[in-house]
Design a protein around this ligand. Structure first.
Ligand SMILES: [Zn+2]
Length: 287
């Protein structure tokens, strides 16, 4: 009996300092690993991830890999990212965000006059539409499970090279306008617009600036946006599959001519959709 008590005391005695030493030690919490990304880009941390976090925000991995989308307006600097592995280990790294200068676009002789001098009525309409859309594309603390895979599918058959105007800083007849939140592709009038992945249609609407618009939720906080469509072939809440036609290319809303505008929000970050079309192994990775 006495022997058992001594052993128990010894076990308690030795277990305490070890636990404390482990807590104090924790060299793994000092990031020695890092990844550098530009605004609008995506970083990844591959393998055996259970949970991913960027500063105070956390989300699930996709097929065991953590992705860290960086908003086009995220302040350049060093951020802490972490991942919990399937082995229960917490690892941290530094996400170094670099400044990406915006392409300057000056639109002159804009054909649609209602967008040159926006009436109070249209301004009110646009504000109302933004208040409807913003909650859908903002960061959500709980996301649906991912139903997409990477790289995502092309938003049109024989997709031409993008206009390179993601994040462009724009002026219209010299007056400053909001940054361009997507990538424009020179796809012809009436051509089918394809969902970039499996998902569920969040919203189908005609909006002042984006014209006929479709928003699709692909799970894991990934939302894709398709603007200026001529027609729709889906309805809200409908389930869609990768490559499914969701409408046709048009010139509705604030445009100078027919084209396909594709935007992507991931965990609330506005990123260049082109980075989801590349092989994920080509994304900047933590090492
Ligand atoms: Zn556009």
């Amino acid at each position: 009996m006495e022997a058992i008590r001594i052993i128990t005391l010894l076990a308690v005695y030795f277990s305490l300092p070890v636990t404390q030493a482990q807590t104090k030690k924790t060299p793994s919490l000092i990031p020695s690993q890092s990844v550098s990304v530009a605004q609008g880009q995506v970083a990844r941390w591959a393998g055996n991830c259970l949970r991913c976090s960027l500063e105070k925000r956390a989300w699930a991995p996709v097929n065991g890999t953590c992705y860290y989308p960086v908003d086009m307006d995220m302040k350049p600097g060093a951020y802490t990212i972490s991942r919990r592995t399937t082995g229960g280990k917490l690892e941290t790294a530094t996400l170094q965000v670099g400044f990406k200068e915006c392409v300057q676009e000056d639109l002159k002789n804009f054909p649609k006059q209602e967008y040159v001098n926006v009436s109070a009525q249209n301004q009110a309409r646009a504000t109302k539409e933004a208040s409807l859309v913003n909650p859908l594309i903002s960061f959500q603390s709980k996301e649906r499970p991912a139903v997409f895979d990477l790289p995502v599918g092309k938003p049109a058959h024989n997709l031409p090279k993008g206009e390179g105007n993601f994040g462009a800083c724009r002026t219209l007849n010299g007056q400053p306008r909001d940054r361009h939140t997507g990538q424009d592709y020179p796809v012809g009038m009436g051509k089918p617009v394809l969902s970039i992945g499996n998902g569920r249609v969040l919203l189908v609407a005609n909006h002042f600036y984006s014209g006929n618009s479709v928003y699709i939720d692909h799970g894991n906080g990934l939302i894709s946006e398709y603007f200026h469509l001529k027609s729709f072939s889906v309805k809200a809440n409908q389930t869609v599959t990768k490559g499914q036609s969701i409408g046709s290319v048009g010139e509705t809303g604030r445009v100078t001519g027919p084209h396909l505008h594709v935007g992507v929000r991931w965990h609330g970050a506005c990123i260049n959709p082109g980075y989801l079309l590349i092989d994920p192994s080509d994304m900047p990775a933590v090492n």
